[in-house]
Write a protein that binds this ligand. Structure first.
Ligand code: BGC
Length: 413
């Protein structure tokens, strides 16, 4: 009898193990800030409700640089996670290596082709096959302003460079840090997205999408770097290495006037129970109205053992559900990855994000974010990061930065 019980227990345990293997996803991501974790929780709970357990593999580091290093090690060791948060060209690079699975069946069944915008599909598909499930659309050319500080400065939202500088001077006079910033290459590059875009949509396209040496090495680029130097004069002494969410907290707490950051920053404001129009103001970086530099978080699905594929497909399907798209993106600060999701549950900034994206797309003013891997593959992106960060930190003059930028991009292409 005892032997029978033991044998039964072992058999049951084995069955449970097999079930767990079939109904578990291991997810590698860099969503570790308060707002990001809250959004991720929406996904975890959604999957748990469908009987799929979650093995968490967080790798801190905004923009995902560190996460991509860990991923490389995992895949090299023959142990790819089920799903990996990934940006733009990185997805295509992994697809090229043949490391990703195939989502065609679920995509066809659910009609993804019709509802996911072409701008995202160019990164969710490789060789005509679906390889990743887009979760959202973020954009980088935003400003997050402390409302009380803006009111004290007269309440006018800056419409151009001179008005921006005047506002920053006013914040300084108020005794707060004008710009909340974290000195990390990807954060410097995020500001650079907006600064370059503000000098013209054609200029952004020539420089970052077409990698035209004349744009990368020309006078306008020099102006962009000079503006970066000017902005650098408004950050505090402790900015170096600071995480982006701590910079958001400075604005939330009224210690700083503004943060230039993608709309994941709004996730931090929302997490802190702050309300747009009351506690903070979201506007586009001056002279970028109507244009959007976007990035989309997608879950790239890796090739996994056959028994893990059902859970992987269920995760992909859950991500694209319109109900989930609304619930998740309201918390994350992003816009839905589908065009047919109601904006009703979104706050004023979210509604603006959704409308701006649609307009920019319609008017040919929607561009992949250089800083977040949607303009170029990693080698080129990292070459740009390097020059931008050195110039921002005063190691290069604007003039030398322009020369180095053109040369570094040429070498990395
Ligand atoms: C991602 C966001 C994330 C941010 C900061 C971006 O690259 O797209 O989802 O919140 O990095 O970690």
């Amino acid at each position: 009898m005892r032997k029978f019980l033991t044998t039964t227990a072992v058999a049951l345990a084995m069955m449970a193990g097999a079930a767990q293997a079939a109904e578990n996803v291991e997810v590698l991501h860099w969503w570790t800030s308060g707002g990001e974790a809250a959004a991720l929780d929406v996904l975890k709970k959604d999957l748990e409700g469908k009987g799929i357990s979650w093995t968490d593999m967080p790798v801190a580091g905004g923009g995902g640089t560190e996460a991509m290093t860990v991923l490389r090690a995992r895949v090299t060791a023959g142990n790819a996670p089920t799903a990996v948060q990934m940006l733009g060209f990185d997805i295509l690079d992994w697809a090229k290596e043949g490391a990703l699975g195939n989502l065609d069946e679920v995509a066809a069944k659910e009609g993804w082709d019709k509802v996911i915008p072409g701008a995202l599909q160019q990164f969710s598909k490789y060789d005509g096959h679906w390889i990743a499930a887009p979760v959202n659309v973020h954009s980088t050319n935003w400003m997050w302003i402390n409302k009380a500080a803006l009111d004290k400065a007269g309440g006018k939202e800056p419409q151009n460079w001179d008005e921006l500088v005047a506002l920053l001077d006013n914040f300084k006079a108020q005794g707060i840090t004008p710009i909340a910033h974290g000195g990390q290459p990807w954060q410097d590059a995020t500001i650079f997205d907006a600064v370059v875009l503000s000098l013209g949509t054609d200029f952004y396209k020539s420089a970052f999408i077409d990698l035209d040496p004349a744009a990368l090495g020309g006078d306008k680029m020099k102006t962009a770097f000079e503006r970066m130097t000017k902005l650098r004069s408004y950050v505090d002494d402790n900015f170096s290495g600071r995480d982006w969410n701590l910079a958001s907290a400075m604005v939330i707490e009224g210690k700083a006037g503004v943060q230039f950051m993608g709309d994941w920053a709004k996730g931090e404001f929302v997490k802190a129970n702050k309300v747009p129009g009351t506690d903070f103001v979201c506007i586009r970086y001056p002279e970028t109205q109507g244009a959007v530099t976007f990035n989309s978080d997608q879950f790239a699905m890796f090739k996994v053992a056959d028994d893990k594929i059902p859970a992987q497909m269920a995760m992909a399907s859950a991500i694209e559900s319109p109900v989930f798209q609304s619930a998740f993106n309201v918390v994350k600060g992003s816009a839905p990855a589908r065009t047919d999701v109601s904006n009703e549950a979104f706050d004023a900034c979210g509604k603006k994000a959704i409308a701006d994206l649609a307009d920019a797309d319609k008017n040919g003013k929607l561009f992949g974010s250089m800083a977040h891997g949607h303009a170029n593959p990693a080698a080129v992106k990292n070459a740009i990061y390097d020059v931008v960060t050195r110039e921002f930190n005063g190691e290069l003059s604007a003039e030398d930065a322009v020369k180095e930028l053109a040369a570094a991009v040429e070498a990395a292409k």
